[in-house]
Design a protein around this ligand. Structure first.
Ligand code: ARG
Length: 467
């Protein structure tokens, strides 16, 4: 799709009737959006075909003109798809590039296509169709990521790892449970996507410039033909609304934030110091100077893409802020933000799905780490409450003393001899050792949503059925 920026200076053939001469070069440069909105060509042509078909059905244009228009538009579609279309910056945007080409192809009938519509409802339509398709794609990609996590969770429903708070070892959990936390997060993202699709599922075409039109159009017909639930209800709002784009960006920003947390965990887990996971060769890079290195570049870039997506959200919110109703040209700046964020989000989800599926989980390292850092201290306290009848606060105190003793001896809680434990509290018996292993700790946490393998399997079954 080559851009042609060398058109001669004459007044615009679409709207230049009252203009004696063409725009200044700078005017043309600041005004043109074809450089990026050519991405909307398929939506623009679909919308025009639906519009022309409706115009003919309503007797507003002749069936003959409609046939010429539809045929011409289909020709343009294949020209663009095969790279044989010459985009012109002088023609500003995708709408006028298509229409000008239509005039060359079919002559005067082309001039009837723009009856009862404006570029304001046209661009609202094209962009909405594009965002809707992107949301549908995002929904599928999130489903793929969720499926990857469900598989890993199933495989590791019993694998023990340290659970962290403040990035300090807290209590043992299962890796499957940790994976299922991400399923919850991306499941919420997917629900937001589904909701946004429902939200934007109204057709803007027919709102015209802002006031509707005097032609006897049928907006329900175009809405149906374009796969929308119904037409929008207020023509002023229709051409001034970009909530659907902002919703897409907010969803992308939240999903991006989730992806960045996962990315960060993968960066940490794959350090030699942690060694919880090993990234596959396919999802890591080497260092040009240090031969031993395997770098998690993809995870780092996913973490960084979040910044870009947030930037797009803030940019569009700021573009829209304070704009009077209805359409203002400021709104032309909406598309690049959404296109860039969509590309970043797609890439980030795809990279993460690949990494999660490919990474090797080092269960031995995880288990060893799970037992360090006195991670079963809470289990000792709970045992004292349950078996020795201590109030939890006292049990907490007794346990704290046991931890301090183990620390001074440089051993784990389970390695303290019974005599040492009994010196701290006489009611402790050798039964306590049953709860001090990480497996026992994890298996005991059977509360709904807890980390016990049985609960993790329940969560997996729930999400598998929900997909
Ligand atoms: N290229 C424009 C945009 O992206 C299309 C709408 C132009 N409308 C107008 N009244 N100038 O917003």
């Amino acid at each position: 799709m080559a851009d042609d920026t060398t058109d001669t200076k004459s007044s615009n053939q679409m709207w230049g009737g009252r203009f004696a001469s063409g725009p200044d070069a700078i005017m043309e440069e600041i005004n043109a959006s074809i450089g990026f909105d050519k991405k909307l060509f398929a939506q623009d042509i679909r919308g025009s075909i639906a519009h022309a078909t409706m115009l003919a059905h309503q007797g507003i244009i002749s069936a003959d003109d409609k046939d010429k228009i539809v045929h011409g538009l289909n020709t343009i579609l294949s020209e663009i798809e095969s790279g044989n279309f010459k985009f012109s910056r002088q023609l500003e945007d995708i709408h006028m590039n298509v229409e000008a080409r239509l005039a060359t192809l079919i002559g005067p009938a082309a001039g009837r296509l723009h009856t009862a519509r404006s570029r304001n409802d046209q661009v609202a339509l094209d962009f909405r169709l594009w965002v809707k398709e992107e949301l549908q794609k995002t929904e599928q990609m999130l489903t793929g990521l969720i499926a990857a996590f469900l598989d890993r969770a199933e495989e590791h429903a019993e694998s023990v790892m340290p659970g962290f708070t403040h990035l300090q070892t807290a209590q043992p959990v299962t890796f499957g449970h940790h994976c299922m936390a991400y399923v919850e997060m991306f499941g919420r993202d997917r629900a937001r996507v589904r909701h946004a699709i429902e939200h934007l599922d109204e057709s803007p075409i027919g709102a015209a410039a802002l006031a509707g039109t005097g032609y006897p159009i049928d907006r329900h017909m175009t809405a149906k033909a374009l796969g929308f639930r119904e037409p929008t209800r207020n023509s002023i709002d229709t051409v001034s609304d970009r909530d659907f784009a902002i919703e897409f960006l907010s969803i992308a920003a939240i999903a991006g934030m989730h992806l960045s947390r996962l990315a960060e965990e993968i960066v940490i887990w794959s350090t030699p110091q942690f060694g919880f996971v090993r990234l596959s060769d396919a999802f890591s890079t080497g260092s040009s100077i240090m031969p031993q290195k395997k770098n998690p570049d993809a995870a780092e870039l996913v973490r960084a893409k979040t910044g870009r997506i947030n930037g797009s959200l803030v940019a569009l919110l700021t573009i829209m802020k304070g704009l009077p109703l209805a359409y203002s040209k400021d709104m032309q700046e909406d598309k690049e933000q959404v296109f860039d964020a969509a590309e970043s989000l797609e890439l980030a989800i795809a990279a993460m799905t690949g990494m999660v599926r490919d990474m090797t989980v080092n269960t031995a390292r995880m288990k060893a780490a799970a037992g360090s850092g006195y991670s079963t201290a809470t289990d000792l306290a709970d045992w004292l409450v349950r078996e020795a009848g201590l109030p939890f606060r006292d049990a907490h105190h007794v346990t704290g003393r046991a931890v301090a003793l183990a620390e001074s001896k440089g051993c784990d809680l389970a390695e303290l001899p019974l005599s040492d434990l009994q010196a701290i509290h006489p009611d402790i018996t050798d039964k306590v050792y049953d709860v001090l292993t990480v497996e026992a700790s994890v298996a005991s946490r059977k509360s709904f949503g807890g980390t016990a393998p049985s609960e993790v399997r329940r969560q997996i079954a729930f999400w598998r059925a929900r997909n």
